[in-house]
Structures are given as C-alpha cells and as structure tokens.
Design a protein around this ligand. Structure first.
Ligand SMILES: *[C@@H]1O[C@H](CO)[C@@H](O)[C@H](O)[C@H]1NC(C)=O
Ligand SMILES: *[C@@H]1O[C@H](CO)[C@@H](O)[C@H](O)[C@H]1NC(C)=O
Ligand SMILES: *[C@@H]1O[C@H](CO)[C@@H](O)[C@H](O)[C@H]1NC(C)=O
Ligand SMILES: *[C@@H]1O[C@H](CO)[C@@H](O)[C@H](O)[C@H]1NC(C)=O
Ligand SMILES: *[C@@H]1O[C@H](CO)[C@@H](O)[C@H](O)[C@H]1NC(C)=O
Length: 307
C-alpha cells in the first residue's frame, strides 16, 4: 500500500473511533461512578444490566439510567431512577453523597424506598449533596430525619422535592447552620406522612416560588392562620388533609391568595366557619373537606362567595 493510502486508512480509523466514543458511549467518569454506586442499589439484582462488557460499554443503555441523547448533546447522564432497590428489612444506612459528584448534568434523582437515613461520606458524618443542575429529587419512603435539610444547600436548581413518608418530626427547620436555604426555584414540596408539628410555615418562608405544598398526614394541630402562609405568593395547591387541624383562619388583608386553586383539608376537625372565610380565594376550583365532621346547614350564597 502506498503511504498516502496508509495514512488515509489510519485517519479513517481514528475518525471512526472518535465517532464511536462520542456518540455511542457514555462518559467514562460517569460509567465508573455508576459501577461504584451499583453495590449499594443492587440488592434485588435490579442493576444487572450495569456491567462493563467491553471497555467503553454504553452506560446510557443501562436500566434506570437516562442520558441526554439529543443530537447536539454530550450524552451525559441526566436521570437516575434508583427507587426501591433495597426496601426490605435491611438496616438503615447512610449514602455516600460524594458518589454523585461525577454526574455534572444530573437533573432527576429518584432514591425513594431505600431505607436511607442520611447522606454521609463516612458513617454518620453528614455531608452535602452538590448537584448544580438537579431539578427533581425524590427521597420519599426513606428514614431521613428533620436535620436532613442542611444537605439541600448544594442544590440551587431544585424545583421538586419529595420527602413524604420519612422520619421528619417536631418542628422542622429548612436551614443550614442557621442560614435559610436558598431554594428559590422550588415549586413542588411533598412533606406528607411525617411527624411534623406546628410552626412549619415560618420555616418554609424562604420558598417564595412554591406552587404545590403537601403536608398531609402529619401532626399539625390547632389552627392554621393564613397569615403564616403569607410568604407563598405563588401557591396554587395546598394539601393539608389528615392532621389535627381545627381551624383555618383566612384573612382578607392578604392579597396573595389569588393563585390558590385547590385546597385539601379532609380528615380535619373543622367547623362551618371555614366556609365563610374561603371567599378570599378568588381562583379556588377545588375545596375538599370530606371527613371533617361539618354539621348543620351551609351558609347562604351571599356569604359563601365561591367563584
Ligand atoms: C440536552 O443537551 C442539550 C445540549 O447541551 C441541551 O440544550 C438540552 O437542554 C439537554 N436536555 C436535557 C433534557 O437535559
Ligand atoms: C465516598 O466516596 C468518595 C468518592 O468516591 C470516596 O473517596 C470515599 O472514600 C467514600 N467514603 C466511604 C466511607 O466509602
Ligand atoms: C428534630 O426533632 C427532634 C425530636 O422532636 C427535636 O428534638 C429537634 O429539635 C428537631 N430539630 C429541628 C432542627 O427542629
Ligand atoms: C438565591 O439564589 C438566587 C438565584 O438562584 C440569587 O439570585 C439570590 O441572590 C440568592 N439569595 C441568597 C440570599 O443567597
Ligand atoms: C398542639 O400540640 C402541642 C404540642 O404537642 C400542645 O402543647 C398543644 O396543646 C396542642 N394544641 C392543640 C390546640 O391541641
């Protein structure tokens, strides 16, 4: 073969190699990081597809891994669904938060149903999750406690946080060493099925973009004064069912309630006064009050100013 052809063949081979690496394979550091995560989430062999068949195998094809496959993109991992991979009677455990550092573009992380008690690098010593692009974090059905919120200060893009059915208790504080967390993008917050008592709203006041808040099935008691919710100027749906609430005080002076479309207060111990104060919710479409033990007659239409 003439040298010219030889060089051309070598060049073609190199180009082919590059194409193979950049379009068909995932990032090596992410593939290695996935293999490091695997032993913690493979109790039921859910991650059998996570194997290095040949060097450079494409982790974007692995189950529960989602990559950005749009034509111009880098094929980085953007979603990890690690739910219910060790939910049986295993001991509580601490997940090494550093294992997620290589996933620079991760947007969705589902760790629900895994008996995780916290994030730590070394057993018990809590450290922060740091993912600048993370938008959706599902930590529900785990064993997180109320001091867990400090770990969220490294997630500035978070839009949706699910912490239902954990061990949050007493009065929770969305703070990191005394400073309010800056979760300005948070729109959805699920705190249902925990053991939270009152004074939750003051501690949530930094969440100015919240649209959906679920605090059903906790231990909120007594009366909820809507003034305490005044910081949530964008709230659209409030789910407060199955607490020990007996009063819901809506105050007219606040004009922030024009966005609220749905309120769920089922299973509370309310009296008929609730029906007289809902007129402030000018956009209300759903008010759910089943099992609240309301008695007597409804207020007349003039008083009950439903839209
Ligand atoms: C995929 O990557 C492209 C290019 O970087 C980006 O514009 C797009 O937003 C990404 N898509 C997702 C779902 O992350
Ligand atoms: C946690 O993960 C980091 C990064 O992989 C590693 O350096 C560290 O040793 C791990 N810690 C433990 C206790 O395994
Ligand atoms: C978390 O709950 C425990 C038990 O109720 C309580 O003693 C502690 O003060 C709470 N921590 C915060 C930050 O509210
Ligand atoms: C909170 O984050 C937003 C943007 O994410 C930023 O503009 C703002 O200055 C931050 N506020 C504080 C108190 O850090
Ligand atoms: C609410 O719970 C607190 C603490 O458990 C208790 O001291 C208080 O009396 C309760 N309030 C009502 C109205 O039940």
């Amino acid at each position: 073969m003439e040298p010219k052809w030889l060089w051309l063949s070598v060049l073609l081979l190199l180009l082919e190699g590059c194409r193979w690496y950049s379009t068909d394979a995932c990032w090596e550091d992410e593939r290695i990081a996935l293999l490091q995560l695997k032993p913690f989430f493979n109790h039921y062999n859910d991650l059998n597809s996570w194997v290095e068949e040949v060097k450079g195998s494409d982790c974007c094809q692995w189950e529960r891994v989602e990559c950005n496959t749009s034509s111009s993109s880098s094929r980085r991992v953007i979603g990890l669904s690690l739910y219910q991979t060790r939910w049986s009677d295993d001991e509580r455990w601490y997940l090494n938060a550093s294992l997620f550092l290589p996933f620079k573009e991760l947007k969705r992380l589902d760790l629900s149903g895994n008996r995780i008690a916290g994030f730590a690098e070394n057993e018990g010593k809590e450290i922060k999750l740091r993912m600048t692009n993370l938008e959706v974090l599902d930590l529900s059905n785990n064993l997180f406690k109320n001091d867990t919120f400090a770990i969220l200060s490294g997630l500035p893009s978070l839009k949706s946080l699910h912490m239902g059915n954990n061990q949050l208790q007493g009065s929770i504080d969305i703070k990191d060493s005394g400073r309010q967390l800056n979760l300005t993008h948070l729109e959805e917050f699920d705190l249902s099925d925990n053991l939270i008592k009152d004074s939750i709203f003051a501690s949530l006041s930094g969440l100015s973009n919240l649209k959906y808040l679920d605090i059903s099935s906790n231990q909120l008691n007594g009366s909820i004064d809507m003034k305490d919710l005044g910081a949530f100027t964008n709230i659209e749906e409030l789910v407060m069912s199955d607490n020990d609430l007996n009063e819901f005080v809506a105050c007219k002076e606040l004009h922030v309630w024009s966005n609220v479309e749905e309120i769920f207060l089922d299973g509370s111990y309310l009296n008929n006064n609730i029906l007289q104060s809902i007129g402030v919710f000018t956009s209300l479409k759903t008010l759910s009050l089943s099992g609240c033990g309301l008695m007597g007659s409804l207020p007349n239409q003039g008083k009950l100013k439903t839209p």
